[in-house]
Design a protein around this ligand. Sequence first.
Ligand code: GLU
Length: 410
Amino acid sequence: MEGFLESVRYYVARAAQQLDLGDRMEHRLLAPRREIRFECTLPLDNGERATYIGYRTQHDDARGPMKGGIRFNPAVTADEVGALASLMTWKTAAADLPYGGAKGGINCDPRGLSRAELQRLTRIFTDQLHDVIGPNRDIPAPDLGTDSQTMAWIVDQYARYHGWSPAVVTGKPLEIGGSPGRDAATGRGLVEVMKLVLADRQQELVGTRIAVQGFGNVGSWTARLAAVAGAKVVAVSDITGAVRNPDGLDIPQLFRHVEAAGGVADYPNGESFPGSEIIAEPCDVLVPAAIEGVLTDANASDVQATIVVEGANGPTTPAADEMLQQREITVVPDIFANGGGVTVSYFEWVQNVQRYSWTEKRVNDELRQRMADGYRRLVSEAKAAGSSDLRAAAFRLAVGSVAAATRLRS
Ligand code: GLU
């Protein structure tokens, strides 16, 4: 199977070539500015020690300070972080936010660590990076396996070196400078994207059948907000399994089940089925919102949805992307579709820098407006190229604007 990093590099290089940027610029846009790798030796609660590897890749800062999440997951590698950092550069550019891109992680399994262990590990991570992150340098945020509590520990540890500066991370708890609406923002953005695509087809979200892969922050908020807006969430999966109900799952009830049982498996008011089959679920909109590389040439022909909205980063391999394009399935690419999260991160940072807080209504209204504006930019870029390939259009817009900033600064 193609590697994740190669896939991202392929999309970037294709856009650079379509834009005729030349070899030197293409090379510059592909190469990360800085890659950091360090050992994290964690004293465990039982007196033993565990060693993990921590990473932060700062991919590009031509358009502003670098921005991107931190992932705690056993599958974290240098290549994965590199691919995700690059995607952040294109995501912030596609959303026209004044940021570059970065990503970090630790190859640990957070579910196997206590709260005290996670706190120590996060502080060790911050000790290693405090000199190269900062409100005007590189601003981390939550990603897979991390949350607002992780960000609170980073704020606290960073303050020991640099004084109180909540703008060093986003996705914080409200009490220490988080923004209303940040937790739900990626899911809210995805639901806005669905409405926009459906409106272009003279359809609406009410009654639309949605299948969601992943029930973490992104998948669960997407399911919840889509259901509130009248969509039928017909199937949901997570690492424990999958459940379906063609009449629409009762999402609030499913949430209560997940809270009690630890996952969607065995939810009683639906039919259980293997999680890997959710790609082939009969539905109108498929939302891969778990991890990268799940839509491949081995299963892209099984997709029954006519719209794929990418909640995860990098869920579709280039070969699968090609197959979905040929089948005329509308694929709304990760670097635009899941940009609601980093957009509200930007609102959070703006509020921190200005020491002025917004209402949740303002956050949600400005998010909706930005998603709508971004979607119009994407569709007109695709139309101008005589194509319906939204991923190629998003990469052209993003790569073009980073290249322009790079040229102006050199
Ligand atoms: N981790 C999220 C992403 O992949 C959010 C990044 C951020 O808010 O900086 O987009």
